[in-house]
Structure formats: C-alpha cells, structure tokens
Design a binder for this molecule. Structure first.
Ligand code: FUB
Length: 335
C-alpha cells in the first residue's frame, strides 16, 4: 500500500512538472525595447524556428553605414549579429544604409536596402545583397542599385518585399509621400514588369508618407504605411485592405501611434506571424519619452489583433512587450 502510494506520488509529481513545462515554459515577457541600442525601421522575419529582426542603425546620419541583425527563439531573448553588412560590402554605398527587407528563396537570403538617401538619379537607391545564412555576411549582388531613379515622385527607399501565395514577389517602396509597387523576377535581383507591361505602378494611398508593408491574411491584402514626420510625435501607421496585391488601397484608419504615457512617434513597422492562428506581432520603432534627437529610436514589439470582420484593432503600445512564444511549440497553452 505504502509502495503504491509512493509510486502514485512520483507519477503525480512527474505529471505536474510536465504539465507546468507544457503550459508555462514560454516564460516571461520581452520588455520594450526588445534589445538595447538605437535602431529603427525593423523588418521582422521567421526562418526555421527563429524570429529575426533587421533594423536600420539609428545612429547620427554619417554613421549609418552598417546593419546589425537580431535573432531569438522565444521573442524575449535576442542575440545580436553585428555588422551583417557594411559599406565595405556595397561598392556604391557612401551614406545612409537604411530600412532592410529580407526574403529567403532556394537557400539564399536576399537583403534589400536603401542606400545613399538618393535625391538625384545615379546617386544611389534601392540595392540588394545576398548571403547563404540569415546572419550574413551579405554582399551586394549587382554592383549598383536595383532602382536608382525617382519614378512617380517616390524616393527609392523603404522597400518591402512580399511573396504572394502564387510565388510572385512584389516590392513596395517609396519615400517623399509616394509609393510604387514593382514585380521582382524569379532571380529576385531584377524587375520583371507586370502583365500589362508596366514596370512601376503608383499605389499611393491617402496619407502615405513612407515605410510600406504588405501582409496577406485570409485571402485579403493588408497594406500598411507610415504617416507624419519620422522625427516627431505625429509619426504613425495606417492601413487599407484590398482584394489585390496592387490595390486599390483605400485608407481605413490608424493602427499604431504615440501614447504620451509610454513613447512617441511609433511607426515604420513590420509584422511577424506567430505559430498559432491569429497570432501576430507588430515590430516597430518609437522615440523614448526623453528623446533628444530624431534618431533616438528604439525597436519594440507588441501584439496585433484582428476583429472578426477582418479590421485591425489599434495597437496598445506597452513597456511590457509580448509574452515568450517559441516556434514549433505544441498547439497547447492554457495561459
Ligand atoms: O531610418 C531612415 C529613415 O527614417 C527611413 O528610411 C524612414 O522610413 C524613416 O524611418
């Protein structure tokens, strides 16, 4: 009798430990900012069982000559991968290495970036670099920008590359209050043009300033962008929903903005899809309340929720950040 109750006790303890592990092993919260340092324009990605964030180095203008990346298995512990690309890897880069966007295809990682803060044709534009792993080292693929001119009034910066379910790649880009979309060829280092012969299509929605991002969810295209001034407190993110990746995009409303209690100028975001249905995270930069300079920007993460009708609930920006969540975890969580 004593022996069987000891066995039941041991079994109970093992089950309790297992249960606790399965339900609570995701641990604590990320906190905001998610990692130390001045960074902006974060592009989130998932590669295998890791989350990645690729931001701009938000240093003084003349020092924005390299990119760091960050990886995490649980959204709360982030490993820094310093200098995944620098001006030394891009022969034409003189200044302003900005706003990376990354995709993986057939084992190669393609890192798109803005270079030189281009104002006149030939000064720089949107470039692309490649590597065989997400932490690089990345090398410029073309020896020149992929887009080096102003088309439809859009400064060639702030590109975001989106892969549709049919395998087509679209690149949304543009500063100076204009946004274009182009299609990338299968090699991802050239433009293919659209079926109608257009290379560039202007898709600028009302209020658009910069920082476009595309998310496809439940067959709908959620197009998002930043509005206001990136150095100021009015910076924010708005969105539209369309049935097509090339629009039209009719502005629905603001989904991310300052909270005078937490931080100002929340914008230039991207979205990471978690493992569970409707598990989405918004990664963005914001100014701390004691901001001294426009480049005082830090990278933060919060949850993004959708209503039943498909519209987006405005984000509550937090100091707490998001709860730890591993990719590849069991589809079972009680808390
Ligand atoms: O970080 C450099 C520039 O600031 C980006 O290209 C803009 O979107 C703004 O965030």
């Amino acid at each position: 009798m004593a022996k069987s109750s000891t066995i039941s006790g041991v079994v109970f303890i093992i089950l309790a430990v297992l249960f606790t592990f399965m339900t609570l092993s995701d641990g604590g919260y990320s906190g905001n900012p998610v990692f130390e340092g001045k960074y902006a324009d974060p592009e989130g990605a998932v590669f295998g069982k890791e989350y990645w964030i690729y931001p701009t180095s938000s240093l003084p203008y003349g020092e924005q000559m390299f990119l760091d990346a960050f990886s995490s298995e649980d959204l709360t512990h982030w490993e820094k991968h310093p200098k995944i690309i620098t001006y030394k890897d891009i022969p034409w880069l003189r200044q302003a290495l900005w706003a990376p966007s990354i995709v993986q295809k057939d084992g190669t990682f393609y890192l798109f970036f803005g270079g030189n803060d281009m104002h006149e044709k030939g000064e720089g534009g949107i470039g692309v670099a490649t590597a065989s792993s997400p932490e690089g080292p990345f090398k410029d693929a073309l020896g020149k920008p992929l887009i080096d001119e102003v088309v439809n009034g859009a400064q060639p910066i702030d590109q975001h590359v989106f892969r549709d379910d049919d395998g087509k790649y679209y690149m949304y880009y543009g500063g100076w209050r204009h946004c274009n979309v182009v299609r990338l060829s299968d090699d991802l280092v050239s433009l293919s043009g659209f079926e109608d012969g257009d290379i560039f299509k202007e898709i600028t929605p009302e209020g658009y300033v910069e920082g476009p991002f595309m998310l496809k969810k439940d067959g709908k295209y959620y197009f998002m962008w930043s509005e206001g001034n990136w150095t100021a407190s009015d910076y924010r993110v708005a969105y539209a929903i369309s049935d097509s990746p090339i629009g039209p995009f009719k502005r629905i409303g603001t989904i991310l903005e300052s909270d005078p209690e937490i931080a100002t100028g929340a914008g230039h975001h991207s979205i990471i899809k978690g493992q569970m249905r409707d598990e989405y995270y918004i990664v963005y930069h914001r100014h701390p309340l004691d901001q001294k300079d426009g480049n005082d920007r830090v990278v933060c993460i919060d949850r993004l929720f959708f209503r039943k009708d498909g519209t987006i609930v405005p984000v509550k920006i937090t100091d707490k950040g998001v709860k730890a969540a591993r990719l590849g975890r069991r589809n079972f969580r009680m808390f």
